[in-house]
Every structure is written in structure tokens, then in C-alpha cells.
Design a binder for this molecule. Structure first.
Ligand SMILES: [Zn+2]
Length: 442
């Protein structure tokens, strides 16, 4: 069940993992030492541009009279402004990515974002629970957000039958789901774990206050300012919030639940070294292939792997960091899980729909499935045979033996190739049997 020995799963020795840690530490150090004017300009300009887009979109909705084009453009602009505020600004500022500037307005201790949930509660749930204990079953409550079964490591319950529908509702109401998810659970409730933050007396009142402020702003204040056109403004605000909800939901799900984003079952994370923690982040997350515009709109979370390795480094640096991380994956023969946005989302959707069913309807096991695996996947007979064959091939070439490190990425590729060959052999055998009339039902 899930990965419990990351060194064995990753095919790396203790000294490899330590060497990898040194290389990742030096990436961090170099980026930190080079932070300066250019980065500060980036975030201040991003904030200014986002606020201009927000104001211009609201004005367009208001001044557009009866024009449908103005309403549609204004609503799309407002949805985009809200997405940028949430992801490229809010999420990253609250990670402390810009704290080094010592600007009290762009600081993780003072920023409050345009969502119904409070920044303070989100910071604990996200920065402490999710980023530290990423994808550890029972510790990271972001694995399915407590309502969706995203891995067969999570026990099936009858309520999961409706999760394809729950998934759509969660996408539409994402900010509300996150607000409730981040509220510290009551001691003794089923969601309470030893990692849960203390539920202080002000937890619920501060959430209620934030919800009141947000709903008043979007659904009362701005519509009231629009006078007789209040319905138009109200409709645009509801639509823009839903657009932002759907977009953030898609980006976050694509970063954590496509095939190849592995799950872990560690009993004692105290024994985990820094190098193993890095590896867990690299193997537990997934990227989206994106150009600069799409990267910006995802809040640079298309670089989810780099974000999880260095959550507090400024997001505008993730693109350059990603080339170095990919080079390390090549060097240590590790997978670098990435794909187009539609591919990553469809893989996620396939998992959600498939895992709505009980385990008895699933073919693969939690040691070797598309959405989860364990080190046992490589101890199977299938893999041993594939590895022996690969070894025999590489024995034919001196250079190949010396140049190619045989690690996890090669092992996964071999396993896939071996399975394909097995299927082909089975098909051929069935065809031959059918031709001889021996296998009528084939
Ligand atoms: Zn984050």
C-alpha cells in the first residue's frame, strides 16, 4: 500500500539521495542569493496589473449599458483578475515567497485574499499540513480534500459512489469547500488528527466574519453601487467567482491527482531525511506543460513539482528552476511527471470516476496502479523478467552499460514495455487458438 520506502522505490542509494539533496540545496541557495530588483518589480507590477484589470472589468460591466459584449468581456476580465489574485498573488504571497522584500503590504503575515476562507486558516492547512506531509495517507488532508477518493489507498465507502457528482459540485464551489476544509476540526470529530491545528475560540467567528465581508462586497456592495443595473453586476460577480473556482480547482487537481503523482504511507516522518523529503515532493506532484501566459494564469502552479520542492521561492523563478530540476531527473533517472492540461485533467477525472467503485471492481492493486504504487511493484516477477531482458540487451553495448544509470524512470518504462509485450503475446495466442478452433469463446 503506497510507498513506504522511498529509497527502494526511487532506486537510489543513501549516498545518491544525499547527493541529490546537495544539488537541490544549491539551487535554492543560488536563487535566494540572486533575488533582487527584477523580482520585486515583477510582483509589484503583477499586483498593479491585477488591480487595474479588476477595476476595468467592473467598470466595463457597469458602463456597458445593455451591451452583451461589454458584459461578457467584463465578466471574463473579472474572472481572470480574481484567478490571478488567488493564485499568482495570494497563494504565493501567503507562502512567504515575497517576505524577503520586507514590504508590509506584500507579506505573508498581513495579506488577506479575495476568497471566503481566511488567509490565516489556509496558511496552516496548506503550508504546514499539505506542504510538509505531502501525499502521506492519513496526514495530508488535501489527498481528496476529505470527500473524494483519489487513491485506492483510501478505504472505499458507499458515499464514494456519488463522487463523480461531488467532484463537479466541488469544482463549482471550490472556495467554499476550501474554507470549510481549512477550518480546524473539533477535537474528537472524525476529521481531527494529531496534526490538526488547535481550534481556538475565534476560529469560527473569524471565518463567519470573512464570509460576511466577501459576500457583502460581491453580492451587495458592488450591485448596490450599480443602481438600477444591480442584477447585471450581481450576475457578473457570481459568474466571475464560479469561473475562478473552476479554474483554481482544475489547476490544483492537475498538480496532485494525475497518474504518476505517487502516495506515501510513512509511519514515522521524523526519520525522513531532507533528501527523502525532496524526493517525496518530486514523486508526489505533477506539472502541466505551459507557455508563459498559461503559466502566469496558473500562478506558476504548472510548475507544481518545483513549487513543492521550494514552496517559499518566488514563483517567477520556477520556470528557470524547472530546467535544472529536469536535468537532475535525467541524471538520477527519476520520472518528471508532466503533460498537457487536458491530459492531466482527463487522467484525474478517470481516477475519480474509477475509484467511485469498490476495490473488487478494480483490476490493479495499490502496489501497482496508475494513481498509486509501492516499492512492491518492482519485486514482481514481471519486473524481474523485464529487468533481466533489459540487462541482457545492455550487456551487448559497453557504452550503454556505462552511460545509462538504471533507475526508477527506466524501471517504470521497462515495466510498461513488458506489460505491452505480454498483452501482445496473449492476443497472438488467442488468435492462433481461435484459428485452430480450440478457443471458441476468445
Ligand atoms: Zn502551495
Amino acid at each position: 500500500m503506497a510507498i513506504s520506502d522511498i529509497a527502494e522505490y526511487s532506486h537510489l542509494s543513501a549516498s545518491d539521495i544525499e547527493a541529490l539533496r546537495h544539488e537541490l540545496d544549491s539551487i535554492r541557495r543560488e536563487v535566494e542569493e540572486s533575488l533582487g530588483e527584477r523580482d520585486a518589480r515583477y510582483i509589484t507590477r503583477t499586483i498593479a496589473a491585477q488591480r487595474t484589470l479588476d477595476a476595468a472589468s467592473r467598470l466595463l460591466i457597469f458602463l456597458g449599458g445593455r451591451s452583451k459584449t461589454a458584459l461578457v468581456l467584463g465578466t471574463i476580465g473579472l474572472g481572470a483578475a480574481k484567478s490571478i489574485e488567488n493564485m499568482e498573488i495570494g497563494h504565493n504571497v501567503l507562502h512567504g515567497q515575497w517576505d524577503w522584500m520586507n514590504d508590509p503590504e506584500i507579506h505573508s503575515s498581513t495579506w488577506e485574499w479575495d476568497l471566503v476562507g481566511t488567509s490565516e486558516q489556509w496558511k496552516y492547512a496548506h503550508n504546514v499540513t499539505h506542504h510538509k506531509y505531502t501525499n502521506i495517507i492519513g496526514m495530508d488532508s488535501d489527498v481528496g480534500f476529505g470527500i473524494i477518493r483519489v487513491t485506492r489507498d483510501q478505504e472505499w465507502r458507499p458515499v464514494h459512489l456519488v463522487q463523480p457528482l461531488q467532484n463537479i459540485i466541488l469544482g463549482l464551489l471550490f472556495e467554499w469547500g476550501i474554507a470549510l476544509h481549512d477550518l480546524p476540526p473539533k477535537v474528537g470529530s472524525k476529521d481531527h488528527t494529531p496534526l490538526s491545528p488547535p481550534r481556538t475560540a475565534r476560529a469560527v467567528p473569524s471565518l463567519v466574519r470573512k464570509i460576511a465581508n466577501q459576500t457583502t462586497k460581491d453580492y451587495i456592495y458592488y450591485p448596490a453601487l450599480s443602481g438600477p443595473r444591480w442584477k447585471r453586476t450581481l450576475g457578473a460577480n457570481v459568474t466571475a467567482n464560479v469561473m475562478r473556482n473552476l479554474w483554481t480547482y482544475v489547476v490544483i487537481f492537475c498538480g496532485h491527482f494525475p497518474d504518476g503523482a505517487e502516495k506515501f504511507s510513512l509511519d514515522d516522518v521524523k526519520d525522513e531525511s531532507q533528501g527523502e523529503w525532496y524526493l517525496r515532493q518530486m514523486l508526489g506532484t505533477a506539472n502541466i506543460n505551459a507557455g508563459p501566459a498559461l503559466a502566469f494564469m496558473t500562478g506558476n502552479l504548472c510548475y507544481q513539482i518545483e513549487h513543492h520542492l521550494f514552496p517559499d521561492l518566488p514563483s517567477n523563478r520556477y520556470a528557470e528552476i524547472s530546467t535544472r530540476v529536469q536535468a537532475l531527473c535525467d541524471k538520477y533517472d527519476l520520472p518528471y511527471t508532466t503533460g498537457s492540461l487536458p491530459t492531466q485533467y482527463l487522467l484525474t477525472l478517470r481516477t475519480i470516476n474509477k475509484l467511485a467503485l469498490p476495490d473488487k471492481f478494480l483490476r490493479r492493486t495499490s502496489d501497482d496502479a496508475p494513481e498509486t504504487a509501492s516499492e512492491l511493484r518492482f519485486s514482481q516477477v514481471l519486473y524481474r523478467a523485464a529487468a533481466a531482458r533489459a540487462q541482457a540487451q545492455s550487456d551487448n553495448s559497453q557504452e550503454l552499460r556505462e552511460d545509462i544509470r538504471r533507475g526508477l524512470r527506466t524501471a517504470i518504462a521497462e515495466l510498461k514495455r513488458f506489460r505491452r509485450e505480454q498483452k501482445r503475446t496473449l492476443r497472438r495466442a488467442r488468435r492462433a487458438a481461435r484459428a485452430r478452433g480450440l478457443y471458441r469463446n476468445a
